[in-house]
Design a protein around this ligand. Structure first.
Ligand code: NAD
Length: 268
């Protein structure tokens, strides 16, 4: 441990699983008190128990990121317990894949947008005032490679993640105008081996395509580095953006994708 976020208080949404769990563990290991929030009340407390067992500070709060009243309660609880909020990692998200956009129901489109985009908007709306009260902070929004490029079968997901990318830039400009050093950046993972791949509902709109997606196989073919990424490899990027090492970095996008955005590879 090098104490890169020592003494800071971090809130990580979607912290019960995958990238959010890895981010929570790494920020805690590097000295932050971490508030893990999620709708998953089974795995979230397990993540927190693991962090505490390693001798670090964390707490789990149930939170659906689409609920505005809950956002107000969560931020009030964080300030009551810890007296400050320094780092927001707006990470909770889902993916819905359909063979053609014409198969997507409006209900699925809205559910995905509510979690991936409304949830990020609400996180900033409620956390930014707390950061301004303490006079600084770092906001990190989890976008995707699909927020930079189109992805077949994931048009709705791309729309939300592209929205997150530009939302981050606009909020970075707003925060820069305050002059109190609050920075805002987006992170763009490629294919990362997390439980999200098993949850992507291919069958959501009755398309009949129901084959599970294997991230390792997909990445072996598509990623120049020839493998899927690990959640901790995304967490390392988040740690950089959360820490003072990135104090001159705002409004940018950190792509962690094994080279996918740089070009294509032909695998034998
Ligand atoms: P994951 O499914 O392992 O974790 C997502 C977490 O979000 C889960 O714990 C889930 O319970 C939580 N969540 C879902 N809906 C919620 C809601 N309404 N309120 C609060 N929490 C909610 O997935 P992951 O791969 O760790 O994904 C994390 C983020 O990274 C997502 O935004 C995802 O879009 C993004 N991402 C993932 C990949 C990848 O390949 N895994 C690639 C690019 C971007």
């Amino acid at each position: 441990m090098t104490g890169q976020v020592q003494g800071k208080v971090a809130l990580v949404t979607g912290g019960s699983s995958g990238i959010g769990a890895a981010v929570s563990e790494l920020l805690a290991r590097e000295g932050a008190a971490v508030v893990v929030t999620d709708i998953d009340d089974l795995k979230g407390p397990e993540v927190v128990a693991g962090i505490k067992k390693a001798g670090h500070e964390a707490v789990f709060l149930h939170q659906d990121v689409t609920s505005e009243p809950r956002w107000a309660e969560v931020v009030a609880e964080v300030e009551k317990r810890f007296g400050r909020l320094d780092i927001l990692v707006s990470n909770a998200g889902i993916g819905i894949s359909v063979p053609s956009i014409v198969h997507m129901s409006l209900e699925d489109w809205r559910r995905q947008t509510a979690i991936n985009l409304d949830g990020v908007f609400l996180s900033v709306k409620h956390c930014l005032p707390a950061m301004r009260r303490r006079g600084g902070g770092s906001i990190i929004m989890m976008s995707s490679l699909a927020g930079l490029r189109g992805a077949q079968t994931l048009a709705g997901y791309c729309a939300t993640k592209g929205g997150v990318r530009l939302f981050a830039k606009a909020i970075a400009m707003e925060c820069a105008s305050f002059g109190d050093g609050i920075r805002v950046n987006s992170v763009h993972p490629g294919i990362i081996d997390t439980p999200i791949w098993g949850k992507i509902p291919m069958e959501a709109s009755g398309s009949g395509t129901n084959a599970p997606i294997d991230p390792e196989e997909r990445a072996r073919l598509a990623a120049p580095l020839g493998r899927a990424g690990h959640a901790m490899e995304i967490a390392q990027g988040v740690l950089y953006l959360a820490s003072d090492a990135s104090r001159y970095v705002t409004g940018t996008e950190l792509v962690i994708d094994g080279g996918m955005n740089a070009g294509g590879v032909v695998r034998q």
